[in-house]
Design a protein around this ligand. Structure first.
Ligand code: C2E
Ligand code: CA
Ligand code: CA
Ligand code: CA
Length: 375
């Protein structure tokens, strides 16, 4: 059960879900709470998985409806994994293990999904476990590094800042993309120490560049932690960096689910003197009307939008309107993923004051950034 609004898996909620499930399951089926917010349903079928798929669909349909818990209305969803034991050939523990694995696949695929177990999931899981173990070692032994991508003034193209991007060279495998290992760090609880490493390293390095702004990515898992502000305060103090030179970039996913908490967190962070930017704007569902209330210091337009600026008339118009709206809220806008002169010119014309992309520089070593400043 996924309680998407973060109200927690209180007993009342679990009881309400269980009551609903009891009504849905076929006669003779067994319903058990495995622990936390996980349930298992076991039943005999005719050897086909149609019955299990049908039941799963009914459960997902049931959970689509908001549940009334006390005076609160709670929206929940479920990720469902299905495993079969033909002619009872697979023992109970293995069956639970397989459905659990399938459930995690369902979770990864997005909300409200059901997934049938297949043997390739075992290989995937093993690879993932190995990756997670190596990542843990890399964090503990300080093997992660940071690359710094230039941020330039839209008018003069002068270097005004950098975005710190984490890099991992996995022994025996080569570089692994953060888009692959950040989500793993999130689900395995490693994100806290990874995030702390990145923040500290970025702040330490920033001290050699008093003229630059340094942006640091904050993942939802970090931001969700009530102690995150304390971490930031601690690192700022420890590294003695000027807080106003640090920008924390957060993405919109978490914000939509928890507007109230997001607003509070942003307020507290701003209280420390750091800037807060909304990253990947336009890639998801964010409504611009939302933006004002969060008090973002900056918006970063997602690369996927910028890419088509000179190709597709409609996309161009949408982009233009988006930037104009942000500007009307007095929020400065950065365009990311600029690869061509044409894109740079267009984004400046639309009102972006800051540009980022391969045209101005790929993510570089700290030494290269220092050289650029000396040039
Ligand atoms: P992001 O925050 O949107 O970062 C920008 C990504 O776009 C970077 O990929 C950068 O190398 C790439 N990029 C920049 N300009 C261009 C361009 O002109 N063309 C193309 N094709 N790509 C461009 P990278 O470094 O692979 O990072 C991917 C994502 O991983 C980041 O997206 C961010 O969400 C996450 N990430 C990276 N470092 C960190 C970190 O230290 N902490 C957290 N939480 N997330 C991180
Ligand atoms: Ca859950
Ligand atoms: Ca970013
Ligand atoms: Ca981005």
């Amino acid at each position: 059960v996924n309680d998407s609004y973060g109200h927690g898996t209180g007993d009342q909620l679990i009881r309400a879900v269980a009551a609903g499930l009891k009504v849905l399951i076929p006669q003779g089926a067994v319903l058990a709470r495995i622990g936390g917010d996980e349930f298992a349903i076991a039943f005999l079928s005719d050897g086909e998985n149609a019955a299990a798929l049908q039941l799963s669909e009914q459960i997902l349909d049931f959970l689509v409806e908001p549940l009334e818990i006390g005076r609160r209305v709670v929206v929940v969803g479920a990720s469902i994994g299905i495993a079969m034991s033909p002619a009872g050939a697979i023992d109970r523990e293995e069956l639970v293990r397989r459905s659990d694995l399938a459930m995690y696949k369902a979770k990864e695929a997005g909300r409200a999904r059901m997934t049938l177990y297949d043997p390739s999931m075992d290989a995937d899981r093993e690879q993932r476990n190995a990756l997670e173990l190596d990542l843990r070692i890399a964090i503990e032994s300080g093997d992660l590094t940071l690359a710094y991508q230039p941020l330039v003034d839209a008018g003069t193209h002068a270097l005004t800042g950098v975005e710190a991007l984490v890099r991992w060279n996995r022994p025996g495998h080569g570089p692994v993309s953060p888009e692959l290992f950040i989500p793993i760090a999130e689900t395995s609880g490693l994100i806290e120490s990874l995030g702390l490493f990145v923040l500290r390293k970025a702040c330490e390095t920033a001290k050699q560049w008093p003229e630059l702004n340094v942006s640091v990515n904050v993942s939802p898992g970090q931001f969700r932690n009530p102690a995150f502000t304390d971490y930031v305060r601690y690192v700022l103090k420890q590294t003695e960096i000027e807080a106003s030179r640090i920008t924390l970039e957060i993405t919109e996913g978490y914000m939509i689910q928890n507007p109230q908490r997001t607003r509070q967190s942003i307020e507290r962070l701003k209280g420390l003197g750091v800037k807060v930017a909304l990253d990947d704007f336009g890639s998801g569902f964010s409504s611009i009307g939302y933006l004002r209330q969060f008090g973002f210091d900056r918006i970063k337009i997602d690369r996927s939008l910028v890419m088509g600026v000179n190709e597709d008339k409609r996309q161009r118009e949408m982009l233009q309107a988006t930037v104009a709206l942000a500007r009307s809220l007095d929020i400065p806008v950065t365009a990311e993923g600029i690869e061509t002169e044409g894109q740079a010119v267009a984004m400046r014309l639309f009102g972006c004051d800051c540009l980022q992309g391969y045209l101005f520089g790929k993510p570089l070593t700290a030494e290269r950034i220092t050289e650029m400043l000396d040039e």
